[in-house]
Design a protein around this ligand. Structure first.
Ligand SMILES: NC(=O)c1ccc[n+]([C@@H]2O[C@H](COP(=O)([O-])OP(=O)(O)OC[C@H]3O[C@@H](n4cnc5c(N)ncnc54)[C@H](OP(=O)(O)O)[C@@H]3O)[C@@H](O)[C@H]2O)c1
Length: 295
């Protein structure tokens, strides 16, 4: 479509959408549900016709992992059917689609970080709906990137850091699972990485379409991350709590999560030259902003 058109982001109030918006790029346009509803293909078509984007980045979806177990129809509508409609639209106007997916497409049994070529085997409705969304995007739009992300946190919207700080205002001790490991990813760094990918796919001759992982680098478990959050918070006089490690099997949730959520980003480094900064710097910033908001 228009070479000068915006990068159109589906999502506005979400964590990734807010992080993209906060980068302050005048050519990035984030739209929420009233304008770009993944459940309404007609509305998506109007939006694309009106805004004439040069690329679409889908940062929207049904992201509530536990509720998805009992709201499967909505999860599949937003995570599979919406992206399928978006992919068909992008293909019809000849623009690329960057679609965001998740570590939850994997079962977490691999004893090493997951590469984009590993075989998915989701454990939850959320994971299955996201996997089918990935497949639909690949089928309907050749010019696509599926970018899987994981353990995303920031000072924006709901996320693990905000939840832990809030819990710490309510109790002295918090049980957190210690056998789920991941690579935490600071959302503003992820957002900047995604825009760098967008620029590169728009460059003449780009042809490395497909699936990528983009995540932080240092591994930690959930209980360790909670400890790191409280250490940062304590250092600035914010709320903190004692972390009591617990095993996932003793902490049942409606949706099963992969114990190993580590996403290997080597392919993104090789193709796009991307390496996300140390997530601990982002954690310090997130905690500072969130603690200030709580005062
Ligand atoms: N957060 C994580 O740790 C994590 C981990 C793995 C993968 N991901 C993936 O990363 C992406 C972004 O996640 P996030 O953390 O930014 O999620 P989030 O904070 O929960 O935001 C959800 C976004 O989805 C949008 N949305 C909900 N229903 C919609 C609909 N019917 N039509 C269009 N948009 C709709 C919301 O739109 P409004 O702006 O209108 O509210 C919001 O912007 C998602 O694909 C998610 O699966 C996230």
């Amino acid at each position: 479509m228009s070479a000068a058109g915006p990068i159109l982001v589906i999502g506005r109030t979400g964590q990734l959408a807010q992080s993209l918006q906060a980068l302050g790029r005048p050519d990035v346009r984030c739209v929420g549900r009233p304008e770009g509803d993944l459940a309404d293909p007609g509305k998506l078509a109007d939006l694309v016709a009106r805004t004439r984007p040069r690329l679409v980045l889908n940062a929207g979806g049904f992201t509530k992992v536990d509720p998805a177990e009992s709201e499967a129809e909505e999860a599949f509508a937003l995570n599979r059917d919406g992206p399928a409609a978006l992919a068909r639209l992008c293909a019809s106007v000849g623009i690329p689609l960057i679609h965001i997916s998740t570590d939850c497409v994997f079962d977490g049994r691999k004893p090493a970080p997951y590469t984009p070529d590993d075989t998915p085997n989701p454990l939850s409705v959320y994971g299955r709906s996201k996997l089918e969304g990935e497949e639909a995007v690949a089928i309907h739009c050749r010019q696509h990137l599926v970018v899987r992300v994981s353990w995303v946190f920031s000072e924006h919207a709901s996320n693990f850091v905000r939840t832990m700080l809030k819990f710490a205002t309510q109790r002295e001790m918090i049980q957190v699972v210690s056998d789920q490991t991941g690579y935490p990813t600071y959302c503003p760094d992820l957002a900047a990485g995604l825009l760098a990918m967008a620029e590169q796919v728009l460059a003449p001759g780009f042809d490395a379409w497909g699936t990528y992982h983009l995540a932080g680098r240092e591994e930690i478990d959930r209980a360790g991350m909670a400890d790191a959050i409280f250490a940062e918070s304590r250092a600035i006089g914010g709320p903190s709590a004692r972390v009591s490690p617990i095993l996932t099997r003793d902490f049942p949730t409606p949706a099963k999560r992969p114990l190993n959520a580590r996403l290997e980003s080597a392919k993104a480094a090789e193709v796009f030259g991307l390496k996300l900064p140390d997530w601990r710097t982002g954690l310090q910033k997130s905690v500072r902003v969130l603690v200030a908001e709580m005062r």
